[in-house]
Design a protein around this ligand. Structure first.
Ligand SMILES: C[S@@+](CC[C@H](N)C(=O)[O-])C[C@H]1O[C@@H](n2cnc3c(N)ncnc32)[C@H](O)[C@@H]1O
Length: 365
């Protein structure tokens, strides 16, 4: 099902969008190497500029991928060498960033919000942007009505990677939450979806760039994938969302036969919900776990690994709990093994909080 033109509340929504876009500004962020064209709320760029040395240079990476045709999926990226969990695959600034509410704008009006950003792009960036896939192309349906989106909104809606700006970069958060943005990238937007993805993109505010990490070991020639939708949800829900937003049917093993995967993912989701936002583990605080909780955490870690969901925050949560409990139990070789795994989760947000601690370094070796 493609997104169609909206009817009922169209006028109201258009005026909301006009107000919204009036409060926004086209701006450029980056350096000689790569720049991003952004359609930002007023004050957002200024907030970024307060980060010392902003924008930090991009990290240099050894070439790790190439773009190829993937049967049934269009273009995609494959690894050109063996990658280890935690390896940095690429580091790039988005071609374009805009508030998500504008990306959902009503066509054809919505197109105009992005035209100015496109006009500001360097020629090679514009070519890369316009070459991206568009699964929302406007076309006539059986009744002769035009459904789909204009070319720019279509590309943004097909290729946007959700981006939550750091709290300090959103001058007017709504309800205490930073407002979501959508970022279109030359390479990361070429990653196809998997419900057991082998990469994870992490936005690095100080360099205004996405860092793409290997979420587990990857062999040379393997397709690189990322998650498009919530992959703890049951296969039927994932399929419905993928069809509606990206117009394809996922044929990964977890979708083809969900009988084992769905109950496992439900268990992982329930565990993640119980632990969400709790400061149970500091990695160097050494909390203990009773035998049942210890066994439950071990099972969770195994389930997450067998489902290929190591990129999810719950994986690092469970590793931290197990590391600390293993130390308390004097199971030191197990603690070291788990710490080395956690050390490879380079995309974990609170890494800085523990990785310099001497006890942590002793465990990782
Ligand atoms: C963000 S683009 C990914 C790159 C795209 N394949 C290309 O040719 O540039 C999203 C589109 O890729 C295709 N796609 C992504 N993941 C897929 C998958 N697992 N199976 C089939 N098609 C997929 C769908 O057409 C989807 O709308």
């Amino acid at each position: 099902m493609k997104r169609g033109f909206l009817n009922g509340a169209k006028a109201k929504r258009e005026s909301q969008l006009r107000d919204e876009s009036d409060s926004m500004v086209h701006t450029t962020i980056g350096d000689d190497e790569q720049v991003s064209e952004c359609f930002f709320h007023h004050g957002t760029k200024e907030a970024f500029m307060k980060i010392p040395n902003f924008p930090e240079p991009l990290q240099v990476t050894t070439p790790a991928f190439r773009m190829v045709d993937i049967p049934g999926k269009g273009a995609g990226l494959v690894s050109i060498r063996e990658l280890k969990m935690g390896d940095l695959i690429l580091n790039e600034r988005p071609l374009f960033v805009a508030a998500e509410e504008l990306c959902l704008a009503i066509p054809p009006k919505g197109e105009k919000y992005f035209e100015a950003s496109l006009d500001r792009m360097r020629p090679e960036a514009k070519t890369a942007f316009m070459a991206l896939c568009n699964c929302h192309k406007a076309e006539e349906n059986a009744g002769g009505a035009l459904v789909g989106l204009g070319p720019l909104l279509g590309i943004v809606n097909t290729n946007g990677v959700s981006l939550s700006l750091p709290a300090a970069a959103d001058p007017w958060p709504q309800g205490g939450q930073t407002r979501p943005y959508s970022a279109v990238c030359e390479n990361i937007s070429r990653l196809n979806h998997s419900c057991s993805p082998n990469t994870v993109p992490q936005f690095h505010a100080a360099s205004f760039s996405w860092r793409l990490y290997a979420a587990r070991d990857i062999t040379a020639g393997e397709e690189l994938t990322r998650q498009y939708v919530s992959i703890q949800h049951p296969a039927a829900e994932r399929q419905a969302a993928l069809k509606q937003i990206y117009d394809f049917v996922c044929a990964c093993p977890a979708c083809t036969d969900p009988s084992i995967s769905d109950p496992r993912r439900a268990t992982i989701a329930a565990f993640a919900a119980t632990h969400h936002g709790k400061q149970e583990s500091s990695v160097v605080g050494f909390s203990s776990l009773d035998n049942d909780r210890f066994a439950e955490c071990r099972t969770q870690a195994e389930l997450i690994e067998s489902e290929g969901l190591q990129h999810l925050p719950v994986y690092s949560t469970v590793l931290k709990l197990l590391i600390e409990a293993s130390v308390v139990r004097m199971e030191l070789s197990s603690a070291c093994q788990l710490a080395r795994k956690l050390d490879k989760c380079r995309w974990v947000d609170d890494r800085d909080a523990y990785q310099d601690h001497p006890l942590w370094r002793a465990l990782v070796g």
